[in-house]
Ligand binder design. Structure first.
Ligand code: FES
Length: 160
């Protein structure tokens, strides 16, 4: 999937300056950039490397290691399906299947319209409400096939 964004290099520079070009702040700088674009545009990595005076390989390995940083465009809504034991027992697999069908993507991918990213996560600490999903900061529990699709539809409506 190739979805190039236009990079505002001045803005990136401002972020780097905000952290005083501190190499130790690499992850936080990446997080701030990700907050703007909803992912970490790969073309910004060599720029960071040069500005902070750190090796390209370090920048790439930090970007690849942390789950909060994505080098691929992500959706406006990040849908996390809990696949922890309690949710698994309560039908998390059916929830994932329903979401994959409705969104027409596999787990780990983003819809072509950049609206939703679907991810599996471990226990998020609401086991009694399982099966549970989160959409960005919101948690939805006690779901079945139809109610989870309704949840997704409600987010779609927000954008129309
Ligand atoms: S197993 Fe899903 S919230 Fe704990």
């Amino acid at each position: 999937m190739e979805n190039r964004v236009t990079i505002d290099w001045d803005k990136i520079d401002q972020i780097i300056e905000k952290y005083n070009r501190d190499q130790e702040s690499l992850l936080m700088i990446m997080q701030d950039i990700s907050d703007i674009y909803n992912y970490m545009p790969p073309e910004t990595l060599p720029f960071l490397s040069r500005k902070l005076g750190v090796a390209d390989t370090l920048v790439y390995s930090v970007a690849s290691f942390y789950k909060t940083i994505s080098l691929e465009p992500r959706g406006k809504f990040i849908v996390n399906v809990c696949t922890g034991t309690a949710c698994h027992v309560r039908g998390a697999e059916k929830i994932t299947e329903a979401l994959e069908g409705s969104l027409d993507i596999k787990e780990g991918r983003t819809t072509a319209d950049q609206m939703f990213t679907l991810e599996a996560v471990r226990c998020i600490g609401c086991c009694a409400s399982g099966p549970v999903i989160t959409v960005n900061q919101d948690t939805h529990g006690g779901l079945d096939r139809s109610s989870v699709l309704k949840v997704i539809d409600d987010y779609r409506q927000l954008e129309t």
